[in-house]
Design a protein around this ligand. Structure first.
Ligand code: GDP
Ligand code: K
Ligand code: MG
Length: 265
C-alpha cells in the first residue's frame, strides 16, 4: 500500500515520517525540482509512506509546490495521510478541503494537540471526524503520542462509510463542473469536481493535464464564462478569491462545531 504524506509546511510531517517509518526505500529528487523525494517503509507492515513538500493549497506558487499537484495527477497511490496542525486549524483546513475534493481515501493526523492545548484551543477530534466524514487520529508527532494508532489506522484497508464534507460553491460553479464533465466525456479518472475547482483557481498543472483531453479554447471559454457569471454582483474580483472565500466560510462553520477556545490566549 502506498500512502501519500501531505500537509501545510511546519505541521510535523517530517517528525511523523520519522515516527512511522523505519527504513528508507529510496532517496532522490522529484523530477524537475531540487526537492528531495523520500519514501519510507512503515515499521509495522509493508506499507510505504511518500513524503511530499508542504503546501497551503494545491494551486502552486512555485515549481517546488507543483510537485504535489503533479504527484496527485500522475502517480498511483492508495491513500492520503494529511497532517493537520490543531493549533492552526483554520489555515490548515484549506488544503484538507481540497484533498477531500480530490476524492482519494483520506485520513487525518491531528497533530500539535499539545500546542493547541497550551493555547487554550480544544479541538473535538471525534466531532471533526464526523463533520468532515474523514477518520481523524489525534497525535503529538514530537513525542510519538498516538503515532502507533495513526500507523494502524493508515495501514488498515479502507472502508468508505461516511459522507464527506462538501463546500457549497454555488450554482455557477456547479454548472461549470457539469460542463467539464461533458467536455471530458469520461476520459479522466480524476474527480471532475476537483479538476474544475483547480482549473478555475488557475492551477497550471491541472490546466495542462486537461489540455490532453480538451481543446484549450474550450477550457478558456469555460473559465471566462464561469468567472463572468460568478463575479457579476459580487464584491470579489477574481474567481480564485471567490473560491477561497467559499472555503473560508465553510471552515468557519466547521470550526464553530468542533473547536473551543478557552481563557486568554
Ligand atoms: P514539517 O515542516 O511539516 O516537516 O514539520 P517538522 O516535522 O519539521 O516539524 C516542525 C517543528 O514542529 C519541529 O520543530 C518539530 O519538532 C515540531 N513538532 C512537530 N510535531 C509536534 C507536536 O506534535 N508538538 C510540538 N510541540 N511540536 C511538534
Ligand atoms: K520544517
Ligand atoms: Mg518537513
Amino acid at each position: 500500500m502506498d500512502i501519500a504524506l501531505l500537509g501545510n509546511p511546519n505541521t510535523g510531517k517530517t517528525s511523523m515520517f520519522n515516527n512511522l517509518t523505519g527504513s528508507y526505500e529510496y532517496v532522490g529528487n522529484w523530477s524537475g525540482v531540487t526537492v528531495e523525494k523520500k519514501v519510507g517503509i512503515f515499521k509495522q507492515g509493508a506499507a510505504k509512506l511518500i513524503d511530499l513538500p508542504g503546501v497551503y493549497s494545491l494551486n502552486p506558487l512555485s515549481k517546488d509546490e507543483g510537485v504535489v499537484t503533479r504527484f496527485l495527477l500522475d502517480d498511483p497511490f492508495d491513500r492520503m495521510l494529511n497532517i493537520v496542525d490543531a493549533s492552526q486549524l483554520e489555515r490548515n483546513l484549506h488544503l484538507t478541503l481540497q484533498l477531500i475534493e480530490f476524492g482519494s481515501p483520506l485520513i487525518i493526523g491531528l497533530n500539535m494537540i499539545d500546542v493547541a492545548k497550551n493555547r487554550g484551543i480544544q479541538v473535538d477530534d471525534e466531532k471533526l471526524s464526523s463533520v468532515l466524514g474523514v477518520e481523524v487520529v489525534p497525535v503529538v508527532a514530537r513525542t510519538g503520542r498516538g503515532c502507533k494508532d495513526l500507523a494502524e489506522a493508515a495501514t488498515t484497508p479502507y472502508r468508505e462509510t461516511k459522507k464527506q464534507f462538501q463546500v457549497d460553491y454555488g450554482e455557477e460553479i456547479d454548472k461549470a463542473i457539469t460542463k467539464l464533465e461533458q467536455l471530458l466525456q469520461g476520459e479522466s479518472s480524476h474527480s471532475t469536481r476537483w479538476l474544475t475547482l483547480q482549473l478555475l483557481e488557475g492551477n497550471p498543472y491541472v490546466k495542462k493535464y486537461l489540455q490532453s483531453y480538451i481543446d484549450i479554447a474550450d477550457l478558456d471559454g469555460l473559465i471566462h464564462s464561469t468567472s463572468r457569471a460568478v463575479l457579476a454582483g459580487s464584491e470579489v474580483r477574481t474567481i480564485e478569491q471567490f473560491i477561497y472565500k467559499r472555503r473560508q466560510a465553510a471552515i468557519g462553520e466547521i470550526l464553530k462545531e468542533t473547536t473551543e477556545v478557552k481563557g486568554n490566549r
